[in-house]
Design a protein around this ligand. Structure first.
Ligand SMILES: Cc1cc2nc3c(=O)[nH]c(=O)nc-3n(C[C@H](O)[C@H](O)[C@H](O)COP(=O)(O)OP(=O)(O)OC[C@H]3O[C@@H](n4cnc5c(N)ncnc54)[C@H](O)[C@@H]3O)c2cc1C
Length: 427
């Protein structure tokens, strides 16, 4: 473990361009739309609103990307963790298909946005692989391939041999290749969104937590610690990193801890046999793991757990063994950077849009798939506020907050379950 540096945003802080220089809010400002939270959802909305001439003000409790996005793994996915069939059975055929369709297009839209605004975030559109572990994993991927094919998604089921060629390891029975997807440097992406929003005319204030919402003659006052925004509409985009619990929005999430560890940069020789197609992978295990490369050829391994307290050594030891199992030819490879964060899980494993009061919307709950989905939800809500999209054209119907069952116990269970699995050496 010597040499492993664990910090809130790990490797991403080392390789992201600096955030734009932003001040705290210390006065009263007027806006068409106030946005709470400068993560991917809030900034995607801010950019879209500002691009269309709206007067938009973002207040952020800490700094840009300090929530889940800056700590994430950077996989740009085209769906949810649950299968398309499950999405349909929860939302019904019409709403389910609308969400699947929107999520399927979300990576393409995200990469187009990156190109349009020249966001430097090491994006790669190489696709991703969901790798099958054992016979049950393969069966699940076969079913998923069929259900994506029904809606014409660009996915392909690979056999064990084809998977081995792309992963550089013989550990998997097959994989679902999703060509719509890819990776970004997530902190660079969200900082780029902030710069683009500012360039389009948005005002972003950092170190300005929202601490209260009050109606003022058909408008809303969003109070921060040292200022206030008076706005016609409000978007609350704080997801599970919400620092206050106005409107009870936080009750919806169970926190799933997830960590990432980055190795030293691999040599050109090593890279010919470690994810040689540069596709990020996840697997079908219950305690899943993920692997991707960064721009410098570092291998980034992720799994459930927090790199803190007694769990840290367990998860780090597991990561060493997992790399060794998957890529034995690497030998003992040094681990340089570690980071971890909380993924906001909802009971139905789907994101939600709420209207906690007239004129206020909230969006979140992407269940670990928020980079493309958060970009999509933020943009969609901006279009709704601009009158360019009807409520029924939002990616999900506006719903009531659904309190998570046994929220805190389940959060603890996730960490302890991951420790048990990682100690038991299950890959
Ligand atoms: C370890 C990890 C790995 C992940 N990997 C992936 C992945 O590979 N692919 C993927 O698609 N998703 C991934 N996710 C999920 C993804 O990061 C989230 O779904 C996404 O960041 C949610 O975006 P958001 O903008 O809604 O929330 P956040 O990114 O959490 O942003 C919310 C912001 O609101 C601010 N805030 C909170 N309270 C207040 C307040 N009172 N006033 C003002 N501001 C406030 C916070 O400081 C924060 O900046 C991962 C998450 C984690 C933790």
């Amino acid at each position: 473990m010597v040499g492993l540096k664990v910090t809130p945003r790990g490797l991403w802080e080392m390789t992201a361009p600096p955030a734009p220089s932003l001040a705290a809010l210390a006065q009263t400002v007027q806006a068409d739309v106030a946005i709470v939270g400068a993560g991917v959802t809030g900034l995607s909305a801010a950019l879209e609103l500002a691009r269309h001439g709206a007067n938009v003000v973002v207040v952020e409790a800490a700094d840009v990307g300090s929530g889940a996005i800056g700590r994430s793994s950077g996989l740009v996915n085209a769906g949810m963790w649950i299968s398309p069939e499950q999405v349909r059975s929860i939302l019904g055929r019409d709403h389910g298909d609308r969400l699947l369709h929107a999520l399927g297009e979300a990576p393409r839209d995200l990469f187009a946005l990156i190109d349009r605004h020249g966001i430097a975030c090491d994006h790669e559109r190489a696709g991703t692989l969901q790798c099958a572990v054992g016979a049950s994993g393969l069966k699940a991927m076969e079913a998923r391939a069929r259900s994506w094919a029904e809606i014409g998604a660009d996915v392909e089921l690979l056999d064990a041999e084809q998977t081995q060629v792309r992963v550089g390891s013989a550990c998997y029975r097959g994989a679902l290749l999703d060509r719509r997807t890819g990776t970004v440097q997530p902190l660079a992406y969200v900082r780029g969104l902030a710069s683009a929003a500012v360039a389009a005319g948005a005002l972003i204030f950092v170190n300005s937590p929202a601490i209260g919402f009050e109606p003022v003659s058909n408008r809303w006052r969003v109070r921060t610690t040292a200022g206030e925004v008076i706005a016609d509409r409000v978007l609350i985009a704080t997801d599970t990193y919400a620092m206050s619990d106005d409107f009870d929005l936080r009750s919806e999430f169970v926190n799933l801890p997830y960590f990432n560890i980055a190795t030293r940069p691999l040599t050109q020789g090593e890279l010919t046999s470690v994810l040689p197609s540069r596709q990020a992978i996840t697997d079908t295990r219950k305690v899943l793991s993920s692997y991707r490369l960064d721009r410098d050829g570092r291998l980034i391994i992720g799994s459930v757990g927090a790199l803190s307290g007694a769990g840290r050594s367990t998860h780090v030891a597991w990561a060493n063994r997992a790399i060794n199992r998957l890529f034995p030819h690497l030998g003992q490879v040094s681990l340089d950077f570690g980071w971890y964060g909380a993924i906001g899980m909802t009971d139905i494993h789907l994101p939600a849009i709420h209207e906690p009061a007239p004129g206020i919307l909230s969006a979140g709950g992407y269940n670990g798939r928020g980079i493309a989905a958060g970009t999509l939800f933020g943009r969609s809500i901006a279009e709704y506020f601009l009158g360019r999209r009807h409520a029924r054209e939002l990616p999900v119907p506006i719903s009531l907050v659904r309190r998570a069952r046994h929220k805190y116990v389940r959060g603890i269970f996730y960490e302890w379950g991951a420790r048990v699995v990682h100690v038991a050496d299950r890959f």
